[in-house]
Design a protein around this ligand. Structure first.
Ligand SMILES: Cc1cc2nc3c(=O)[nH]c(=O)nc-3n(C[C@H](O)[C@H](O)[C@H](O)COP(=O)(O)OP(=O)(O)OC[C@H]3O[C@@H](n4cnc5c(N)ncnc54)[C@H](O)[C@@H]3O)c2cc1C
Length: 427
């Protein structure tokens, strides 16, 4: 890392500076890989909602760059931020029956060792990551329209008419990725992101309001309220001053053009009429009854082609029911940073081998997360085939799914990818 001669004869152009793009950029810069970022927005920005990152992605952070984990841990809220709740430090979430004869009773206390539930305010995380990116490697207001691969490299076309050349590109441009569309034009036509069969309501509320609505324990400990056809999640953020609340409703149809539509409080009440007293008390305090359609990405055949790769939601946008989308982007970034930082990767041709290996290792896992996340919605709405509202089966299935997601050996994953890359490089 201390060599003065540049060892990389390529620059990685990143399209999109969301969590995935920025984490990748930080990991590459730490490994002295030249990076350039184009971001469509006028500044790096995130919507001001909560984000919960699981143990595997949490373990990946210091391996990408210790500063990412330091930032994350400095911003994160855990149950121990509420005095008197230290014994919930390793709890991921308490799952509660929202309604029925056991309304309000605990179905299970799900632990996530060793980190427990860690949540933050998205905008805070992104805002701090930005400080690790030198301003001169970013151009804002640059929305990619398309890219074209030539034998020499890549030509990027932006919607303001600008063109630019690139050696290699990683598309981190989210669920409606233009990089993906250019990389897989035919497949993209048939595999557009689609409505997942659920819409949601979201809010960030003051802790005091939530305590008033559902009591201290439910407000301060991350809670999943499971009901028939709907579920609600709440977790404290911002050192337990605020609570992120999400309410998700199974509904086959989404008949609207936009992904977010203004709804009425009456519709919200109708959607939650069978969800019990806790959820009903919460929705009365949610200021905005807008409905958010939950979209997901159909599986695609590859995450890379030649000099182009895609990462995060551009490759595998998932429903939020396992709180794993950003975590998967972080796992992607870890593998890519390790491969591109490898001393044997010096030329664009080597990057092509790295991209191929990245696809081989990351695609099966992240696509399984997309599938499992969708099924988790049915699990939490007490209608997963073979499970329904059977208490023991619910516990067993939920545990199995999260163990698989969380217990990954992150370093082993990167090593597997490295072995494949070396094989593809033929060295
Ligand atoms: C309701 C909900 C709750 C969620 N909760 C969680 C959670 O608790 N935990 C979790 O891990 N995940 C969660 N997720 C998923 C998580 O938000 C995403 O997986 C994550 O934000 C993806 O990051 P990204 O960087 O890949 O994409 P994005 O965050 O979408 O970033 C894409 C970036 O690219 C830019 N861009 C887009 N198009 C272009 C273009 N053409 N040219 C240039 N730039 C472009 C955008 O402006 C943006 O900055 C949730 C998702 C939803 C919908």
């Amino acid at each position: 890392m201390s060599s003065t001669k540049p060892s990389k004869h390529f620059t990685v152009t990143i399209i999109g500076g969301g969590i995935g793009g920025l984490v990748l950029a930080v990991g590459l810069l730490r490994r002295k890989v030249p990076v350039y970022i184009y971001e469509a927005a006028p500044a790096f920005a995130e919507i001001g909602l909560g984000l919960s990152v699981g143990p595997a992605a949490h373990r990946a952070m210091p391996l990408i760059d210790p500063q990412i984990r330091e930032i994350y841990d400095s911003l994160v809220t855990t149950h121990a931020d509420s005095p008197g709740y230290e014994q919930f430090r390793q709890t991921w979430v308490e799952i509660i029956w929202a309604c029925g004869t056991r309304e309000g009773e605990t179905l299970m206390n799900l632990k996530a060792l060793p980190s427990g539930q860690t949540t933050l305010h998205r905008a805070d995380f992104l805002g701090a990551l930005v400080n690790l990116i030198p301003p001169d490697i970013v151009q804002f207001g640059k929305r990619l329209d398309s890219l074209e691969q030539t034998t020499e490299g890549l030509t990027l076309r932006f919607n303001d008419g600008m063109t630019a050349l690139a050696d290699v590109v990683v598309g981190c441009d989210g669920i409606r990725s233009k990089v993906k569309e250019s990389m897989l034009p035919e497949e993209s036509k048939n595999k557009q992101p689609h409505y997942s069969g659920m819409y949601g309501y979201r809010a960030v509320l003051d802790m005091e309001e939530v305590v008033e609505a559902v009591g201290e324990r439910r407000a301060r400990v991350s809670t999943l309220y499971v009901g028939k056809g709907a579920y609600c999640i709440s977790y404290p953020i911002m050192r337990a001053k605020k609570v992120n609340v999400g309410l998700y409703i199974l509904s086959k149809k989404w008949a609207y053009e936009t992904w977010v539509r203004p709804a009425t409080r009456e519709e919200m009440r109708r959607d939650t009429r069978n969800m019990g007293r806790h959820v009903n008390a919460l929705i009365e305090r949610m200021p905005d009854p807008s409905q958010w359609a939950i979209f997901e990405h159909p599986h695609i055949s590859t995450y890379s082609q030649s000099r182009v790769a895609i990462l995060g939601d551009a490759a595998h946008a998932s429903t939020p029911h396992q709180g794993a989308g950003a975590g998967q982007a972080i796992e992607d970034a870890h593998v890519l940073a390790e491969l591109l930082g490898d001393t044997r990767v010096t030329k664009p041709k080597d990057v092509m081998a790295a991209f191929r290996a990245y696809d081989q290792i990351r695609r099966p896992r992240s696509q399984k997360v997309v599938t499992s996340s969708k099924e988790s919605a049915y699990l939490l709405c007490l209608c997963l085939d073979g499970v329904g509202d059977d208490e023991e089966k619910l516990k067993e299935t939920w545990n199995q799914r999260l163990r698989w997601l969380w217990d990954l050996d992150i370093e082993e994953q990167a090593e597997e990818a490295r072995k494949k890359m070396v094989e593809y490089m033929g060295v």
